[in-house]
Write a protein that binds this ligand. Structure first.
Ligand code: FE2
Ligand code: FE2
Length: 327
């Protein structure tokens, strides 16, 4: 019998430990790793529209590696295992999907956002604009909407660590804008400056990495990075506005370039005005809480602690009842 005779279509979110799988997945990443005996195995990351799952190819790794290219679709046969409290697929057979596959449905891999990105983008812009009075700031936001709304709406917040999904950059920025309004009022900061800095702080990510066919750094992303790219986007839009005060332009640039907080985290300068420091802390808070939420949501059965999370330098306590209750 052919290894790939009849498809047993199973979406990733529904996979259970002990199940056989024989279906199509999109390959997100492949890595060659060393076994104890000196030979290699392959660690894969697979996805469909419902989620992601790791997979391992233990046998004939070299031959499989030749046909595996991230971004492509594969028909995969295997078995769902549990490793370190997480589900993964042990692969018995893998081959590229082909046009002859009648049961292949490209719609199974179209990533959809969990929310209406158009509506959320409008909310973001409305919130920012309703807090602005200076005409050149309003013009700047209009310029941003005209030039970058489409890209900004659909981009990921990061390639991997947090908000790594369609609309993630938008969700992260909107969450920060709401915090920025509150914090600026609480500490009597320059709210307009903080809001413009928040809106632009990660905009460079739209050029830092591409999301199709898989998230990966672009040449300018790898060589220049989103901080400098974002500063460039701000300057390009600002230069179209007559009479934009130079001092405020420099402060906005300072907010953008210092938002990672420390030079060793990629910022050319540390925050030197309260609004810049506030932006850095709001960014850190929003990204870290999101990493925690995602880790708790993705924690598997067995054990009350998550895996070690490098970005947070700790494991997290996972409250089982809470997690199950929330679904
Ligand atoms: Fe950033
Ligand atoms: Fe950010």
């Amino acid at each position: 019998m052919n290894l790939f005779d009849s498809q047993m279509k199973k979406f990733i979110k529904d996979l259970q430990v002990g199940q056989q799988v024989d279906t199509y997945y999109k390959l997100q990443a492949v890595e060659k790793r060393l076994k104890k005996d000196g030979t290699f195995f392959l660690a894969l990351e697979l996805m469909d529209k419902t989620g992601k799952i790791p997979a391992k190819v233990w046998d004939s790794a070299e031959a499989s590696l030749k046909i595996l290219k991230p971004g492509n679709m594969y028909r995969l046969k295997g078995y769902v295992n549990e490793y370190m409290n997480k589900k993964e697929i042990k692969v018995d057979g893998i081959r590229p999907a082909s046009t002859a596959d009648k049961d292949f449905d490209a719609g199974d891999f179209e990533e959809k956002s969990n929310f209406d990105t158009g509506a959320l983008f409008n909310q973001l812009i409305e919130t920012v604009k309703s807090n602005l009075t200076r005409p050149y700031y309003l013009q700047l936001v209009d310029g941003f909407v005209a030039a970058y709304s489409e890209k900004f709406k659909s981009h990921y917040g990061a390639q991997k660590i947090h908000h790594a999904y369609l609309g993630g950059l938008l969700e992260h920025t909107y969450s920060m804008v709401k915090l920025a309004v509150f914090i600026a009022e609480h500490y009597s900061l320059d709210k307009e400056l903080l809001l413009i800095g928040t809106l632009f702080h990660d905009v460079g990510k739209i050029f830092e990495f591409s999301i199709t066919p898989v998230p990966q750094a672009t040449m300018q992303g790898g060589l220049v990075g989103h901080i400098v790219l974002g500063n460039g986007i701000f300057l390009e839009l600002k230069n179209k506005i007559q009479g934009f005060p130079e001092e405020l332009s420099i402060k906005i640039q300072h907010l953008i370039i210092s938002h990672h907080g420390e030079k060793e985290f990629g910022s050319p300068e540390v925050p030197m005005i309260p609004e810049a420091y506030a932006l850095h802390v709001i960014d850190l808070l929003d990204s870290r809480i999101k990493i925690m939420e995602e880790a708790i949501k993705n924690a598997e059965t067995g054990g009350i602690f998550s895996d070690y999370i490098n970005a947070l330098s700790r494991r997290l306590y996972v409250e089982k009842g809470e997690k199950e209750g929330k679904g």
